[in-house]
Ligand binder design. Structure first.
Ligand code: NAP
Ligand code: F7E
Length: 433
């Protein structure tokens, strides 16, 4: 109102100034002042309108691979994003540091809250405080092999954790407001009952991780049916990236390759080389998560590329990128991956140094039974026809694009490590593989 008055009196002033023809310049200056003021009012209005239409998303598992990509994606779409992170004794926000602004600055659209999936009161509080339009439940103990060592914790976090989120939304009376995305997994298909796997393929989980996620899947369906909640499962097949956790097989291979190429490591030990996975790029897959929650009706979707590749073949494809042709010889635990040929030009152009420390016949890959699982999933290949038709989802990255990006990124990281090491700095040598 005050601004409107200013405007009105301003116009009167100009009118009289122009009418008396005494000072044209003064009139023009007044017009300029009013225009500036109006611009400011419009900006203020935009912000208010922005606040009204700006959606709020709450992402559990924000420090993980998918949490990081999804946060970036939603921020670009204009969301306000709250990330849930658990307390750790060291900083572990490397994947999202580029998104974090000082909370004391205005206009921050991304913030953290502490929460743990094993603590329901804590989850109720953060959901109440943030009033999200969309919750993406990505937090999980997500390593299948580790779930055999920590089955109860995995069940608590991955299974009951999902229940805690659904129940919090229900108890808070937010079932009409809040849509929920549950990070389901192709591990549910386990010992596959059908090839390829679709939304209708029966489940046969093969690990404590998969069994916990099976509970999470069905409790999501149950809350949707029982309470009319907009709760959906994205049954995602394996998706990888340069920021994939270092102990998953793809990243372990590209990271090991980079260390071998630069002379920081001699050999890479792997487990079951026969397993086949349908690998996509995480950037494509987080887009599907978003699309699942933008539909008119809640539903469950398989998200996959439809192409499956053996671990052995992934190794070959990655090493070929740096000019090394790997040949596998021997069987079972005696199987080895040796250097068959080296393309010197390709190696030097990608790695940046000649392969002076490598020779034909050298063993680069060996099998260590430590990495075998008590029960493994041997074949996964998904059919994402429903997602393609209903969500309009289509992956943009091929497996070769993905491998290329991962290899180059790990080479860059390994080069920095080598440089620091050669300059006398202590570099962290992570023995956990
Ligand atoms: P990830 O990199 O392992 O990230 C998992 C996230 O969960 C991390 O932020 C982790 O925090 C957090 N977390 C673990 N336990 C927690 C707890 N008790 N309380 C709170 N947070 C906890 O996994 P991702 O690859 O991004 O996968 C995201 C989700 O999709 C997971 O639920 C996974 O099971 C599922 N999924 C993944 C794939 C895939 O191929 N990537 C496929 C299908 C389904 P810290 O950083 O503190 O450990
Ligand atoms: O194993 C074999 C291993 O650990 C893939 C998670 O994101 O995707 C992931 O689970 C395959 C298995 O992924 C090694 O035995 C051989 O058959 O990379 P991974 P995963 O178990 O498929 C699903 C969809 C999820 O939901 C999970 O959260 O590779 N393999 N040698 C090895 N695996 C590892 N980790 N390390 C090895 O040395």
């Amino acid at each position: 109102m005050q601004n409107a008055n200013h405007g009105f009196f301003g116009f009167l002033k100009i009118f009289f100034a122009l009418d008396r023809k005494t000072d044209l310049d003064q009139g023009l200056r007044e017009i300029e002042r009013i225009t500036m003021r109006s611009r400011k009012i419009v900006l203020k209005m935009n912000k208010t309108v922005g606040c009204i239409i700006m959606k709020t998303a709450l992402i559990s598992g924000i420090t993980g691979q998918d949490g990081a990509y999804l946060a970036e994606f939603l921020l670009q779409k204009g969301y306000f994003v709250w990330g849930l992170k658990r307390r750790t004794s060291l900083f572990n926000t490397d994947r999202i540091d580029h998104l974090i602004k000082d909370v004391h600055e205005s206009n921050t659209h991304f913030n953290f809250l502490y929460a743990d999936m094993t603590d329901s009161t804590n989850l109720i509080r953060v959901i109440q405080d943030t009033q999200p339009d969309e919750i993406y439940n990505l937090a999980a103990q997500s390593h299948v092999k580790v779930s055999f060592d920590t089955p109860e914790y995995t069940a608590n976090t991955d299974g009951l954790g999902t229940l805690r989120i659904l129940e919090a939304v229900r108890l808070l009376g937010m079932t009409e407001k809040t849509k929920i995305y549950q990070a389901s997994t192709s591990e549910l298909f386990g010992q596959v009952q059908e090839v390829p796997q679709t939304e209708k393929t029966p489940f046969y989980p093969r690990s404590p991780y998969a069994v916990a996620k099976l509970y999470a899947y069905w409790i999501t369906v149950n809350y949707r049916e029982a309470y009319g909640m907009f709760a959906c499962n994205g049954v995602l097949f394996n998706h990888e990236s340069p920021i994939r956790g270092e102990t998953f097989v793809t990243r372990k291979i590209t990271r090991g390759l980079a260390h071998i190429a630069l002379g920081l490591q001699k050999k890479l030990y792997l487990g079951n080389l026969n397993a086949k996975r349908d690998w996509g790029h995480a950037k494509d897959f987080i887009e599907a998560m978003y699309l699942v929650l933008q539909q008119n009706k809640p539903d469950d979707y398989v998200i996959a590329t439809g192409i499956t590749t053996e671990i052995r073949e992934f190794v070959r494809k990655a090493f070929i990128r740096i000019g090394i042709n790997i040949k596998f010889i021997g069987n079972d635990v005696e199987e080895k991956g040796i250097i068959d040929t080296i393309d010197l030009n390709q190696f030097e152009s990608v790695v940046g140094v000649p392969p002076a420390h490598l020779s034909i016949g050298q063993v680069l890959i060996a099998v260590d039974p430590t990495y075998f699982r008590p029960t493994d999933v041997n074949l996964l290949i998904g059919d994402a026809t429903k997602a393609r038709k209903q969500l309009g989802w289509q992956p943009k990255y091929s497996l070769d694009d993905l491998i290329d990006e991962m290899v180059l990124s790990d080479l860059e990281q390994a080069s920095r490590k080598k440089y620091l090491k050669e300059s006398g700095f202590i570099v962290r040598q992570s023995l956990e593989e």
